[in-house]
Design a protein around this ligand. Structure first.
Ligand code: ADP
Ligand code: ZN
Length: 755
């Protein structure tokens, strides 16, 4: 269905209320049997629907099941009914679900997030109800417990079953768990139940999470760290919303500092959320939480089982979970009393969701906190220019940790000028870098080689006709993955075997890989350093987050001499033995047409460099570059962060682009190229709504990737002043376009990437 951008009339129970003050349930928030209520469902409708309250009534915010045509769907009682339909014709809410009602502040959050991102409200509600089995009846399960009554006759199987039950102490098991653990059939257990040696009990399926104890002692903090922690705690004690940018070089103890804020939040009896950019990072963080608070927090990301997801969702709503560690979607969990949101590595691009609902979790965290009077901590060694500018402007508080903790010192950063290195065309490790790696190997230290390209080679070229193998569905080259023995499209994920003959000219055995990827680099390293133990880390080479975690831990403990990796290794992992980082292609990020190319390169290079020398030994980062005089490369080498930010900020200010101006991307996509172009042109011509707010529209132009999964893509870019009411104008503007059935239109507010 087309995007519905306006016209959603909302009976909003919040409008009369100041969201910054208490949001307790008032008398008027209860609807009696037969009262007319408005229900928002997750179905793609452009309005809320009226129903009659069920027998026993319901609260505003209640999760309910309602009839919709022949189906039953799940929704939320959004407020009083609108009365457009004759009440005698309305159907009743079928039942109220066994879940804490959605709080008023959550309704407001969903509503405002939908308005900001121009997302239809039902799609936003879907994000907030991503727990399977929400509609299930009160979830109980049967568990088994040992009594003190022995059976009249012992058999081996009976003895094993009782031993297992007793071995687990008071902990009860389900029938399936017991039969499996004891290796007995269910009839053995049933026999024991009949004998009275085991009793069956019903307990709620979803148990609360173990208690985290904020009174336990944290690490003794350095003076800098203590000052920062005190400031964060003072913020929490104020009880009012506020955002703090916590800047500190990698290894300066940002995590230790914000754990103190988490402790303060828990002491106040409020809930805390820690967002991490990468699932692989959660494992290390979970152990740190356990060390600090004596138990593990709830963990929310795509790798968590469905049962566990439902448990978390319910427990968060009932106050049975104090701390959640998770990916960006954890922001939409139904917290009951949220006091603190940490966004770790806040500059990370993975906080921007790039498909479905397009939102930036960092910005939505600030929105959510401002609604419920919570604090936000944005932690990073290399903040986004957005957050840097907000701190400069005084909108965010700023705390800076300048030194690495303890004896650890910041790595030195140097450039290898590739123009003066002699290197064959199919090799990428320069003689200077090779020598530096050999020095580490001789000293028993670790070295890392970094390249931000997955796969073996980015291009597969026919040497007979010059053809480059592309994806059949996208305008993208297929990337050779030798590990998988396939060519893979990084756009749509399609893959095919590596052909023997060129698909264009049929010449056999003339296809050649061109350019380096992480797998090829690994091959080169193996031949240059035959005696070294080499570990290659790339997100597509590991089955699960757990495998990856185990591998990273083994490497950190000294299980490899050379680590070869993509972006994955740049993010927050600790490698205490690492003293050299070699960046194979530091220029790679500078070539993009992206407005954030310089910023991204700067952040990535600083992060990668930050992996080196985290223990007592000083590390060095060496950047291979063909343009060492480029301002970004120079700023990285000089370690002149403030200088870089100031220069970058001045340039953006001059150009009126984010964070000093506003942008929105419009992507039209459909099977027929001419059709999407025509629609794009029609939009561009009818830009009255935009001109009214002084905004400009650019395009239509083919999107940088002009075809994905067989759909042609055309892009328009809208630029406006920082203070312009962009969303309203945008929805008027695109609202005038009647979209044919096969054409989709997506609006990307504050676009981060430009593909
Ligand atoms: P960051 O989050 O800034 O990268 P971390 O909090 O991970 O830094 O700290 C880096 C390392 O130094 C960790 O192993 C951490 O346990 C240790 N560390 C930091 N501060 C202290 C402290 N005050 N006492 C003991 N160890 C510390
Ligand atoms: Zn493709």
């Amino acid at each position: 269905m087309a995007w519905v951008l306006s016209g959603l009339a909302l009976p909003h129970r919040l409008l009369s209320r100041n969201p910054f003050h208490g949001c307790d349930v008032a008398e008027t928030d209860f609807f009696h049997h037969d009262d007319v209520v408005a229900v928002l469902t997750t179905q793609p409708l452009d309005r809320v629907l009226d129903y009659r309250a069920p027998e026993g009534g319901c609260f505003a915010g209640a999760f309910v099941e309602v009839p919709l045509g022949p189906r039953k769907v799940i929704g939320v009682v959004w407020g009083a009914g609108q009365g457009a339909v004759d009440p005698s014709r309305l159907r009743h809410v079928i039942r109220v679900l066994d879940a804490a009602p959605m709080r008023a502040e959550m309704q407001e959050f969903i509503h405002r997030a939908a308005d900001y991102t121009l997302t239809p409200l039902p799609a936003m509600l879907r994000l907030a109800t991503r727990a399977p089995g929400l509609g299930d009846p009160p979830a109980m399960r049967r568990i088994l417990r040992a009594t003190h009554t022995p059976p009249s006759r012992w058999t081996d199987a009976r003895r094993r079953a009782m031993e297992v039950l007793n071995a687990y102490g008071g902990l009860a098991l389900t029938l399936a768990e017991l039969t499996e653990a004891a290796g007995v059939s269910s009839s053995v257990v049933k026999g024991l139940i009949k004998q009275g040696s085991i009793v069956e009990e019903e307990t709620p399926r979803d148990r609360a999470f173990p208690h985290l104890d904020p009174a336990r002692q944290g690490k003794a903090l350095s003076e800098d760290q203590a000052a920062a922690a005190t400031a964060l705690c003072a913020g929490l004690q104020s009880g009012a919303y506020g955002t703090t940018l916590l800047r500190g070089v990698t290894g300066s103890g940002k995590t230790e500092v914000y754990l103190e804020a988490v402790a303060e939040c828990l002491r106040q009896g409020r809930q805390a959320l820690v967002l991490l950019p990468e699932i692989a990072l959660t494992a290390e963080f979970l152990s740190r939480v356990e060390a600090r608070f004596g138990a593990q927090p709830a963990e929310w990301h795509s790798g968590v089982t469905m049962t566990e997801r439902r448990r978390i969702w319910k427990m968060i709503g009932q106050g049975g979970a104090q701390l959640v560690v998770g990916a960006r979607s954890a922001l939409f969990l139904p917290f009951q009393n949220l006091g603190l949101i940490i966004v770790d590595e806040e500059h990370d691009t993975s906080y921007k969701q790039e498909d479905g609902v397009l939102y930036n979790a960092r910005d939505m965290a600030v929105l959510r906190a401002s609604i419920c009077g919570a604090r936000v901590v944005l932690a990073s060694a290399t903040p986004s220019l957005e957050s840097w500018a907000n701190a400069e402007a005084g909108k965010y508080d700023k705390l800076v940790l300048t030194d690495r903790y303890g004896a650890a010192v910041m790595p030195r950063i140097g450039v290898i000028d590739m123009r003066s290195e002699s290197l064959p065309s199919d090799r990428w490790i320069s003689p200077s870098l090779q020598q530096a790696v050999n020095e580490r190997l001789n000293r028993g230290e670790q070295a890392m080689l970094f390249i931000n390209r997955r796969g073996y080679a980015p291009i597969t070229l026919c040497r007979a006709c010059g053809h480059q193998i592309g994806c059949d569905h996208c305008d993208a080259r297929m990337v050779e993955h030798r590990f998988l023995k396939r060519l893979v499209c990084h756009q749509c994920g399609d893959s095919k075997p590596i052909p023997n003959a060129c698909p264009a000219c049929d010449a056999e055995d003339r296809l050649a890989p061109v350019g380096p990827g992480v797998e090829r680099l690994s091959e080169e390293a193996t031949s240059l350093f035959p005696d070294a133990r080499i570990a290659t880390l790339s997100s597509d080479m590991h089955g699960t987050a757990r495998d990856l975690k185990a591998e990273i831990e083994a490497i950190a403990a000294g299980g490899a001499d050379i680590i070869i990796g993509t972006q994955l290794v740049a993010k927050g992992h600790n490698f205490p033995l690492l003293t050299l980082v070699g960046v194979i292609d530091a220029d790679l990020g500078l070539q993009g047409s992206d407005l954030r190319a310089a910023e991204r390169t700067f952040q990535l290079m600083r992060q990668v460099a930050g992996r080196a020398g985290r223990a007592e030994k000083q590390g060095i980062a060496m950047l291979q570059s063909y343009q060492p005089e480029h301002p970004v490369i120079r700023a990285i080498v000089a370690g002149d962060e403030e200088g870089f930010w100031r220069a970058e900020a001045a340039e953006r200010q001059q150009a009126g682009v984010p964070p000093y101006g506003r942008m929105a991307g419009i992507i039209l996509s459909g099977p027929d190229m001419q059709q999407v172009f025509d629609l794009g042109n029609r939009l561009a011509r009818n830009d009255v709504a935009l001109r009214r707010i002084g905004a400009q529209v650019f395009g239509p132009a083919p999107a940088p990737i002009a075809r994905i999964r067989g759909r042609h893509r055309v892009r328009l870019l809208v630029k406006a002043d920082k203070s312009a009411p962009l969303q309203g104008a945008l929805s008027q503007w695109v609202g005038q376009l009647k979209l044919p059935a096969q054409v989709r239109l997506a609006v990307d507010i504050d676009p981060q990437s430009f593909f």
